[in-house]
Structure formats: structure tokens, C-alpha cells
Design a protein around this ligand. Structure first.
Ligand SMILES: [Zn+2]
Ligand SMILES: [Zn+2]
Length: 354
């Protein structure tokens, strides 16, 4: 049976639904009755809602699956953070115990100075940006009433959503300029921590490339030594030497793998930032572009201020010295704007859809 919301109200007023609910009430335990009533209400709302379509039915059926995935991701977030910290610390320990002594013994003083300065600067940048990305709130909707412009209403929070805001199922709230939920940070990436997230990816990639290149010869020596020892089965090889060789191989394989995987992710995010898009907006804009292309129109992203300006806005660069103080050094400056209202480029009239 399908009818309008008005007729459902009439049914409720007439008491027909209430009498249905009352039937069999005393025979079942309270918790079972609650589940029964909820299931009935769910089925009734699906049947009586004139707006019901296959998407609503699909969402309702798979809602428990989505809850489970969200819950597991939320719980595993802490484990992922621990994993990042443990793996980074293990690489640091190997770098200090194996790489550094070798550099000090074999390299010339200028190379030693360069390695020590670069390595520590890179380490400080990784630690600072990871901490800030994980601990900084991405930005949420204000709870008090305000008359700011909004573009839609969040069905989960029942709150007006400004432009670029999206609901995160894992955090279970709306996030300003949401990019994605990052399990490695156990935090959403949004307006207030997007820069920290990107800088962390960039400096972690640079650090891994640095370890991979610096440790390449050590890796080849360690690998050959282990291979030779395995083939000849001759043991002039102490446990300490074997441990050192294995740790060098571990460091090189891990840093090279992370350099490639995280490097690809960083390049992808750099492309998005150049376009003035978030990861979510990439999909939205692509669809919008296809939709307008069918009308013979061209879609233009209203938050794209031009490549260089996009980077300046993203990094918070307002004058030349900021490229050093705000980009190459740890900086806790807030992002441009409050994440609730956005400067929108004037759109050409011939690009507006009819
Ligand atoms: Zn929401
Ligand atoms: Zn989230």
C-alpha cells in the first residue's frame, strides 16, 4: 500500500495503527517488543513513504553492514596509529644505530653535516605534522543558531550544511570541507587539518626516499652477504652481523614500499589541491561535468582560484617569507577562512546551466 504522509497521519489519528501495535503486547518481553515495534515502523515507513525508491530500500537493508564497517574502522583507527608510530620508531632506531655510524665513519665533513641537518629537519617535520593532523579537529558545524548560507541539510545530523561540508559515517558528524576519513590518523581530514595531513604525507615520502637512497648500498651489501652465507653455508657470521644485515634489509624494503605507495597518494592529493578540489569534490565535480556536458555546457569548479592561488590559500602563504616560515618550517597557523563560508569565483553567464 502506498499513500501520502498526510494519510499516514490520518491513520495514526484514527487509532488503527495504535491498535495494531497493541496486539500481543503482554505476551513478549519488553526488549523483544521494542525490536518488533521498530521493525514494524521500519517496514511501514518504507511502504507508506511516497519518496521510497530502490536506493532507500538498499540503504535500509545494508544499514547494519555500514554500521559494522564504521564501528570496526573506528576501533581499528587506534591500532593503525600505533602501527605508524611503531614502524617509524623502528626505522629511526635502525637509522641511528646502523646508518649514522656508517655516515660518520666514511663520509667527508660537509656530507656528514648535510645528512645530520637534513635527516633531523625531515624527522621534525614528520613528527610535527603527524601529531597536528591526528590531534587537530577537522572542523564541525557550530551548534548555536546562525544565519550563514547553507546548500543542503544533513539527513543524519538534521542540520543545515554549508558548501563543501560532508557527513562522516565513522566520526558520525558533519565535517567542514571534508576530504576523507583517514584510519592512519584515526581522524577525519577536513578544513582545519588538511594542510597538516598533506604535509605529513609529503615529508614522510621525502623521509622514506631519503632512507631508501642513503641505505641502497648498505642494502645491496647486506643482501649479498646473506645470500653468500646461505649458499656456502660457511659461518664466519656472528648473530650480531646477521641481525644488522636483516634490519638493513627490513629498513630498505619498508621505506622503499612506503615511498612508492605514499608518494603516489601525495602526488594525487597535490593534483587535487592544484585544482581546488577535495577527494569528495573530485567525484561530485566529475559527475557534474558529465551532466553539464550532456547539455553542451562546461562545468567550472567555483573553488578553483587558479593553480598558484590554490596552493597559496591551501598553505596559508600570504607573503614570500611564508614559503619558508609556514611551509618549510613547522607552523601552526590556521587555514584561510572559517570553513563555513567560501569566496566563490564569479561564474561566467554562458557556463550557468539552463
Ligand atoms: Zn551530518
Ligand atoms: Zn571521520
Amino acid at each position: 500500500m502506498r499513500c501520502s504522509p498526510g494519510s499516514v497521519l490520518n491513520l495514526l489519528r484514527s487509532g488503527r495503527l495504535r491498535s495494531c501495535v497493541r496486539r500481543g503486547r503482554n505476551r513478549l518481553p519488553l526488549w523483544l517488543r521494542k525490536i518488533w515495534l521498530y521493525a514494524r515502523l521500519l517496514v511501514q515507513s518504507l511502504c507508506f513513504n511516497t519518496l521510497t525508491d530502490s536506493d532507500v530500500v538498499f540503504d535500509s537493508i545494508f544499514e547494519p553492514v555500514f554500521w559494522t564497517v564504521d564501528y570496526v574502522t573506528r576501533w581499528f583507527g587506534l591500532l593503525f596509529v600505533c602501527l605508524v608510530v611503531i614502524l617509524t620508531c623502528s626505522i629511526l632506531a635502525i637509522a641511528y644505530m646502523v646508518l649514522l655510524p656508517l655516515i660518520l665513519n666514511t663520509y667527508s665533513p660537509p656530507w656528514i653535516a648535510w645528512h645530520i641537518c637534513y635527516g633531523h629537519w625531515n624527522l621534525v617535520m614528520i613528527a610535527f605534522h603527524y601529531y597536528k593532523a591526528a590531534k587537530t579537529s577537522p572542523g564541525h558545524l557550530p551548534t548555536e543558531k546562525n544565519d550563514r548560507p547553507f546548500v543542503s541539510v544533513c539527513k543524519k545530523c538534521i542540520m543545515p550544511k554549508p558548501a563543501r561540508t560532508h557527513h562522516c559515517g565513522i566520526c558520525n558528524r558533519c565535517i567542514l570541507k571534508m576530504d576523507h576519513h583517514c584510519p592512519w590518523l584515526n581522524n577525519c581530514v577536513g578544513h582545519f587539518n588538511h594542510r597538516y595531513f598533506f604535509s605529513f604525507c609529503l615529508f614522510m615520502t621525502l623521509g622514506c626516499v631519503y632512507c631508501s637512497i642513503s641505505g641502497r648500498n648498505l642494502f645491496l651489501d647486506a643482501y649479498n652477504a646473506l645470500e653468500t652465507n646461505f649458499q656456502t653455508a660457511a659461518p664466519p657470521y656472528t648473530l650480531k652481523e646477521r641481525m644488522i644485515h636483516k634490519s638493513i634489509i627490513y629498513m630498505w624494503v619498508l621505506t622503499s614500499t612506503v615511498a612508492v605507495a605514499l608518494g603516489a597518494l601525495t602526488v594525487w592529493h597535490a593534483v587535487l589541491i592544484s585544482r581546488g578540489e577535495t577527494s569528495i569534490e573530485r567525484h561530485v565535480n566529475k559527475k557534474e561535468g558529465q551532466r553539464l556536458a550532456a547539455w553542451g555546457k562546461v562545468y567550472r569548479n567555483p573553488f578553483n582560484y587558479g593553480k598558484l592561488n590554490n596552493w597559496k590559500v591551501f598553505l596559508g602563504v600570504e607573503k614570500r617569507s611564508h614559503w619558508v616560515t609556514r611551509v618549510l618550517l613547522p607552523s601552526g597557523h590556521p587555514p584561510h577562512g572559517d570553513g563555513l563560508t567560501w569566496d566563490i569565483l564569479p561564474v561566467r553567464k554562458d557556463l550557468i546551466p539552463v
